[in-house]
Design a protein around this ligand. Sequence first.
Ligand code: FAD
Length: 460
Amino acid sequence: MSSSSLAPRPLTSPPASRHVAVIGAGAAGLAAARELRREGHRVVVFERSAAVGGTWIYNPSAESDALGLDPLREVVHSSLYDSLRTNLPRECMGFLDYPFSSRRSRAGGDPRRFPGHREVLCYLQDFAREFDLYGLVRFRTEVALMERNNDGRWQVNSRRSGVAGGDGDDENEVFDGVIVCNGHYTEPRIADIPGMDGWSGKQMHSHNYRVPEPFLDQVVVIIGNSNSAVDISRDIAKFAKEVHVSDRSLTDDLPRKQPGYDNMWLHSAVASTHKDGMVVFKDGFSIHVDVIIHCTGYKYHFPFLKTKNIVTVDDNRVGPLYKHIFAPFLAPSLAFIGIPWKVVPFPMFELQSKWVAGVLSGRIALPTTEEMLEDVKSWYLEVEAVGWPKRYTHNLSNIQFEYDNWLAEQCGCPSVEDWRKLMYVATKKNKRAHPESYRDEWDDDHLILQAEEDFQNLQN
Ligand code: FAD
């Protein structure tokens, strides 16, 4: 990473206690609330739903607009499908000092190494209870607007929904700092496919996929081939007549029957779609299709945040953000937790939150605005140099542990454990080689032992 040489600067004045608003009580907001309070700040967490857990609160209902394009639709926050199991092993996935060990799984829980989504929600609820975070959260309270005052503090306008779903109360408050933790897996991104506007079949985004039964005997095309696409295609193949997965990065040797399935094929990109329901792939294959499911990712979306264009979202680049967290011109009073993707999220949330909490109190110093902007600029150049589009700006797949350790160094914390990195790499390799079975068969038991030993030491 370009500016790892920017060492933390010691400050002379005592740490200040700030009045801080956190938007969202998912894993990021909970980590932020804990670290901010630990640093001595006064924290209010705004959460529009009635519970903590964010993404991990499964909602069997989908949105009225299956593609998620209608701006007036009633938004369903979570993108979980019923069968979802974690794609990271639990030892690796959990917070650094609050292990997500199978030993913690309560009676009736799901002790599997890659548990179902309900187990993750229980873990987050336990985390909130253990660190006494519930009292900080204002449930059913949506932040509608956040704007900086002339004095540099933030005006936060929130609306509490009525218990019976009716209109509630509006409230305006002023905070020294605001931490955005609203998640980024709710606003669908749709691929641009020729002829799609006139195509006669049904279309939906993976955000609105829940269960496979409605796809009985149908011909389904899945656009995309990353995590959700891999899971959903296999879920649906149990019921559908045929499943055709389109991976735009593939060109050779296609279409290819998927091992272990007699009704699933892998294709290159979709070339065109037609009024009569036909879908034509670039590999030359064409078929009449009932449903297209877009597993094409999500957009960063901050409808409540007004910064007079100081922070913008441009082709999914949120910026400028120093270290994906602080907006240089608004630092440190505005911070984002959880922007990077292709990472192990919970430990990263924890380290980002520690850093933000320390910077807000003045215990840890930021570089100058110019230095921060220079750092952002050099990161953009690195992104460009590897040929990535803007929308990959926050993809930290190549440097996530370096990034985590940079944050840890700023905060004076130990680096991320070696076993966690090795486990991440081993899982990635196993998943690529065995997409059907990686959650149940692995060969890194020695790393589990190391993890459990560390967890034991934490308790002592
Ligand atoms: P969220 O969990 O989305 O929480 C955001 C919260 O903000 C929500 O509670 C929401 O209600 C609230 N909110 C939003 N706007 C407002 C507002 N205006 N006012 C008040 N409240 C608001 N990660 C893993 O580690 N392992 C996995 O196996 C894994 N699998 C995943 C599978 C899927 C399908 C998806 C979508 C994600 C997966 N992730 C996984 C990533 C997951 O998103 C993160 O683990 C993490 O839960 C994100 O936490 P968050 O707090 O950033 O966002």
